[in-house]
Design a protein around this ligand. Structure first.
Ligand SMILES: Nc1ncnc2c1ncn2[C@@H]1O[C@H](COP(=O)(O)OP(=O)(O)O)[C@@H](O)[C@H]1O
Ligand SMILES: [Mg+2]
Length: 817
């Protein structure tokens, strides 16, 4: 780690923002009076990286970063480490309760090519933020905070920590400085690699064991077998053709046997239809029946004709029927006329009585009228009596009334009115009855006259008996003609049925002929497949058809059939023999071939066809070829596996050796012990110079503590803790410089905060010389904090730190020398 730019803003005693540029110097000093803020600058370097500062004690306490009156502050640093550039920033704030917390923390990798003043803007890769910044800074610097403060920044008053550290602590630091823990990791890795190499070797050996059959001899045997099979495959073509020819023979023999069997079956099926023997007589009987019936129909038809002639001769029955109807009508008219005349005469006779009754009723009505008038007068007189006075004139006769007359009260007027109305109504009814009788009598008289004149107009009537006799004769002739027609119809029906039957018999006969023909045709066809030589020699073709007698024709054919069946039986036996011979030949040839195949380990299925036999050989050949290919592949794999086993076993051995060497940190301890020996030897040399030859350093054999050899005391050893303050600083400085220069070349800066005040001028001179040599000799930054002017003056670059009421300030002062 080498700081280039350090920026402070309200950090510790610094108030105004200030940026300290370390980029163009390898050796500088921070100078100024006590309390100016020199240590604060060293603190800022530490704080920027780890977020804490040695003098605060407790790690992680940021409260001290801000002065009590300050509300917010910031530290930022640009630094190089291991060839890369980084920027780290930490900003703090004080909250309302006065507690200080980190507001922002970040660590970025920066572009080393960018100008320093813009370094923070040239971020190549953000690395961490917040809590992650400290562990990342530790990774980047390669040092934990506790070791950073022992070998990079040696804080004021604590420079002897490494010198006085316990051996274990020193070892830890060296492990970190030398990255020695990598050897433990290597050992673990080697152990794992050994394990996996052994496993792989074992796996490969197992695989190899499975391939034990893949020998050179096996390969040679397989190749020979393949060659033999190939020769067999080439050679069996002719044998297979022979087998195929044999099979062809068998198929033909089978077909011929089937043909003979078929002919036998056709012959066996041949049978005469049941009706054939009686068919001829049935045909004759049917023809005779038709003839007889035809004659009968002719006779009956002649009878029918005669009956209808007779009927026609009697004429139409319409005329006598009309004459009879006219006779009936005339008699009904005469009866009507006579009855009407009698009614008219009776009506005239009744008229005189009705006229007398009407007269009587008129008279009764007149009498009733008169009676009523009288009653009315009686009522008027009775009424006047009351107004008469004696001596006064009578209103009726105008004579003076002498005496008042005595009147009885007259009868009721309303009764008289009713009697008059009744009498008048009766008279009216009697008159109406007379008038009606008169009208009716004259009407009847006119009707009688009309009917009588109609009757007189009719023609003269015929003779009823004669007419009825004529009609009866016609009816009789009609019945005779009807019977004759029915007889003809019945006879025609019988004739038709006889003809139908004859037709059926004809049809049966035709079918029987047809059956015979087709049976013969079948025989001809089935016979066509027979051996023609044999057929001709026996002269036994179906007999020719003679179409005169069906029954005889059938009998001739059946007789021929019996002979033919005998010949077919003999032919079948011959074919069976041929077939058996052909099969025997095939079986023998096939057996011979199968034996040959078996000699080559090819076992085809029983009764295999020639194609199957060929396929069996081809299959065996293909299998042998693929077996050989597989075997060759296995042998290649076996060779690879052998090589792999050897390689993995070697790897395991190497890993085992390595792990053994690095076992239980032995190597790490050895490395650290060597480093410590070199460190102590180098530091011892520096200390001898610084102490003007009085002191050297050495490691205590038993405890591992660092001891001093005091040459002023006869070279006796004592603990380093017994050194005075100034001597302790010299020893610590010698160790720090050795650590930085000789052991850990990666430590490219060292900051020493004070301690020089304890040195006498001569020693100070030696220290200054030593530092100058160290600064000049290597690419390493050395920063001193001192208020000792004699030393400060000898450092080429000085940062003068001062403090006033506004806090601390830094000023880079001119380069000395
Ligand atoms: N956290 C802090 N806040 C404010 N002032 C501080 C803080 N730490 C130290 N100081 C003061 O800052 C001044 C500078 O201290 P320091 O850097 O140690 O001085 P020196 O120049 O002697 O090394 C001192 O007066 C010290 O008391
Ligand atoms: Mg100080």
């Amino acid at each position: 780690m080498r700081p280039l730019l350090l920026h402070l803003d309200h950090f510790g005693s610094f108030r105004d923002p200030v940026t300290v540029d370390f980029s163009d110097t390898d050796y500088f000093a921070l100078v100024g009076p006590t309390g100016a803020g020199k240590s604060t600058i060293i603190d800022a370097v530490c704080f920027a990286l780890y977020g804490t500062v040695p003098r605060w004690g407790r790690e992680g306490a940021v409260a001290h970063a801000l002065a009590p009156s300050v509300a917010a502050g910031k530290v930022a640093m640009v630094f190089d480490s291991d060839g890369r550039r980084y920027g780290v920033v930490r900003a703090m704030v004080r909250d309302a309760k006065g507690a200080v917390r980190t507001k922002e923390a970040r660590l970025d990798e920066l572009d080393p090519a960018a100008p320093l003043e813009q370094a923070f803007e040239a971020v190549v890769k953000p690395l961490a933020e917040g809590e992650g910044v400290t562990p990342e800074a530790q990774r980047v610097t390669g040092l934990e905070y506790r070791f950073f403060t022992q070998c990079v920044v040696l804080p004021q008053g604590r420079f002897a920590e490494f010198l006085h550290a316990a051996p274990r602590e020193r070892q830890d630091l060296l492990v970190q400085l030398l990255d020695a823990d990598v050897y433990e990791l290597i050992r673990q890795r080697a152990a794992r690699e050994e394990d996996s190499a052994r496993q792989e070797a074992s796996f490969a050996r197992d695989q190899l064991a499975k391939l034990s059959g893949a020998s050179e001899e096996a390969e040679r045997e397989l190749a020979e077998r393949m060659e033999a099979l190939r020769r067999l495959s080439d050679a069996i073509g002719a044998d297979l053709d022979l087998l195929r020819a044999r099979e062809g023979d068998i198929r033909r023999a089978e077909q011929e046997r089937a043909a003979v069997a078929e002919r036998q079956a056709v012959l066996a099926r041949l049978a005469m239809p049941e009706a054939v023997p009686t068919l001829a007589s049935a045909r004759r009987a049917a023809a005779e029946a038709v003839e007889t019936l035809a004659r009968e129909v002719a006779t009956l038809e002649a009878d029918e004709h005669e009956a209808f002639e007779a009927l026609a001769a009697l004429g139409d029955r319409g005329a006598p029927r009309a004459e009879l109807a006219a006779l009936d009508a005339r008699e009904r008219l005469a009866a009507d006329a006579a009855r009407t005349r009698a009614e008219a005469e009776a009506a005239v006779a009744g008229l005189a009585g009705l006229a007398a009754a009407a007269e009587t009723a008129e008279q009764a009505a007149g009498a009733a009228e008169e009676g009523r008038e009288r009653l009315r007068d009686a009522h008027a007189a009775a009424h006047l009596v009351h107004r008469l006075a004696v001596g006064e004139p009578c209103p009726v006769c105008h004579h003076p009334v002498a005496e008042l007359p005595l009147h009885r009260s007259p009868a009721d007027m309303r009764t008289a009115d009713r009697a008059l109305a009744q009498a008048r109504e009766q008279a009216q009814r009697a008159r109406a009855a007379h008038a009606k009788a008169e009208t009716s009598a004259s009407l009847l008289a006119r009707q009688a006259e009309g009917l009588e004149s109609q009757l007189a107009a009719l023609p003269a009537p015929g003779d009823r008996a004669e007419l009825e006799a004529r009609l009866a004769e016609i009816a009789k002739a009609d019945a005779v003609a009807g019977e004759a027609r029915a007889a003809v119809r019945a006879a025609r029906g019988r004739l038709q049925r006889a003809r139908d039957h004859a037709g059926q018999v004809e049809h049966q006969t035709a079918s029987a002929w047809q059956a015979l023909e087709s049976a013969r045709d079948r025989l001809l066809v089935s016979g066509g497949r027979l051996d023609p030589v044999q057929e001709e020699s026996s002269g036994d073709a179906p007999p020719p058809l003679v179409r005169d007698d069906l029954h005889r024709a059938w009998e001739k054919l059946l007789a021929w059939r019996d002979r033919a069946a005998e010949a077919a039986r003999a032919a079948l036996a011959a074919r069976e023999r041929q077939l058996a011979e052909a099969r025997d030949r095939l079986a023998a040839d096939r057996r011979r071939l199968a034996e040959r195949l078996a000699e080559h380990g090819v076992v085809p299925p029983r009764d295999a066809s020639p194609d199957q036999l060929g396929a069996a050989v081809a299959g065996a050949l293909a299998r042998a070829e693929s077996d050989l290919d597989r075997l060759r592949e296995e042998r290649r794999r076996a060779a690879d596996l052998e090589q792999r086993v050897a390689m993995k076993e070697h790897e395991a051995k190497v890993a085992h050796e390595l792990a053994l060497r690095l076992r239980a940190n032995a190597f790490e301890r050895w490395l650290c012990a060597e480093a410590l020996a070199v460190l102590v030897a180098t530091a011892s040399e520096t200390l001898r110079e610084l102490s003007d030859g009085q002191y050297e350093l050495a490691l205590a054999d038993r405890t591992g503590d660092i001891e001093v050899i005091d040459h002023a005391e006869a070279g006796l050893r004592r603990s380093a803790r017994t050194l005075s303050g100034g001597e302790t600083f010299q020893a610590a400085l010698a160790l720090a410089l050795a650590l930085s220069g000789a052991v850990a070349k990666s430590l490219d800066s060292i900051f020493l905060d004070e301690g020089f005040g304890t040195l006498d001028p001569a020693t100070l001179d030696t220290v200054a010389t030593t530092l100058e040599r160290l600064a000049a000799g290597q690419d390493r930054m050395i920063g001193l904090v001192t208020h000792v002017p004699a030393l400060a003056e000898r450092v080429p670059v000085r940062f003068e730190v001062s403090r006033d009421g506004k806090g601390s300030h830094v000023r880079k002062s001119g380069i000395a020398l």
